[in-house]
Every structure is written in C-alpha cells, then in structure tokens.
Design a protein. Structure first.
Length: 205
C-alpha cells in the first residue's frame, strides 16, 4: 500500500472516529449518570465542527503526513497546556519536536492547507475525545463513583459515602460537591437508581 493510500485510509478512519465521538457524546448527554450539561454538548459540537473543517482541508491538500504531524503537534501542545502541573512539560517538549519535524518536510503548494487542516484537527480532536471518552460518574461494574470533567470544573470540593450489602451484590451511596449532589444504587454490576440534583449555595450536606 502506497503512503498516499495509507494516509487516505487513516484519515477516513479518523473521520469516522470524529462522527462516532460526537454521536457518543449526544447519547451520553441523555443519561444522567454521565452528566454532560448543555454547555458540554456545545463544546463538543464546536470541537467537532473545527475538527471537521480541519479534516476537509487536510483531505483536499492530499498531504496527509504533514497534516498528521501538525495535528499531533497541536494536540500535544493543547494537552500539555491543560496538564502543565503534571505531565505538561514533556508533552509540550514533544509538541515542539513534532513542529520541527513538520517544518522540515519537503515544501509544496498544498502545504498551507495541510498545515491549517492539521492545526484545526489538533484543536478539535482533544476536547471531543475528552468528552466522548469521559466515563460515567458512577460505574457499578468497577464499583466506583466520583466526578467527571464537568463536575470537577463546577465544584472546588466534594465528598460522599458508600455502603455494600453483606453478600456483595448490592451497593449504594451518595456524593456531593459545591453545586451538586447525587445518590445511587447498584445491583449485580448494574445501576438501578441514580438521583442527581443541583445544590444551592449554603445548602447543608
């Protein structure tokens, strides 16, 4: 398989993944235990639109290698900035290295379109993937509960409690933050009850 055909196949798969990610976000937004608020759907829609524009530019340029390197460089830069207090520095270093490699690729007339497409993909893919792959706040199969990216953004502190039946088949608990609280019940690895509500300032815990 030629490099060009391999690039086409890779970008076709990336396009399918973008559509799948957005559809997954819409489906999860309808289920309370995932807690994807309206503004979260808006962010995902914006990220999908930006990534789709980047996909179109990259496809028209036919320089899939340059577009891919630029996309990875920008995506690593975005993630490095967001994770600056943990693994951000190595990610930013990797981003810079990929930019250097991309700059040394042979020049050509579609270079600007490929680079612009890669930048848009690098800006759109990370937030869409982060939202689409965000797990539910309660996962009965793993016997875990907590916050997702949106609850963590909305609340500075939180807590909760949990209990399990003697036979280990059922568990229940509650969790709260500054702006929310929820109660849940699991049975045989399935979520059978999930009650979520917003909290007003100063609400007793």
């Amino acid at each position: 398989m030629s490099r060009h055909r391999a690039g086409q196949s890779g970008f076709a798969l990336l396009g399918a993944a973008l559509v799948l990610g957005f559809v997954t976000t819409l489906l999860h937004a309808r289920r309370e235990e995932f807690y994807i608020p309206a503004y979260g759907v808006g962010i995902a829609a914006g990220a999908f639109a930006v990534a789709a524009a980047g996909m179109a530019l990259s496809w028209r340029s036919r320089r899939f290698g340059l577009a891919t390197l630029t996309m990875l460089a920008v995506a690593l830069g975005v993630m490095g900035f967001l994770a600056i207090l943990s693994i951000g520095i190595p990610l930013l270093a990797a981003s810079l290295a990929l930019f250097v490699v991309a700059a040394r690729l042979p020049p050509g007339s579609p270079r600007a379109a490929a680079s612009a497409g890669g930048v848009l993909l690098g800006l759109g893919v990370p937030p869409l993937a982060l939202i689409a792959l965000s797990p539910p706040v309660v996962d009965c199969k793993r016997d875990s509960n907590g916050e997702n990216v949106f609850l963590g953004f909305e609340s500075d502190s939180g807590g909760g409690s949990a209990s399990m039946s003697a036979d280990g088949r059922s568990s229940s608990g509650r969790a709260y933050g500054d702006t929310y609280e929820y109660a849940y019940e699991c049975h045989d690895g399935r979520l059978v009850r999930f009650d979520f509500r917003r909290r007003s300032a100063g609400h007793p815990r």
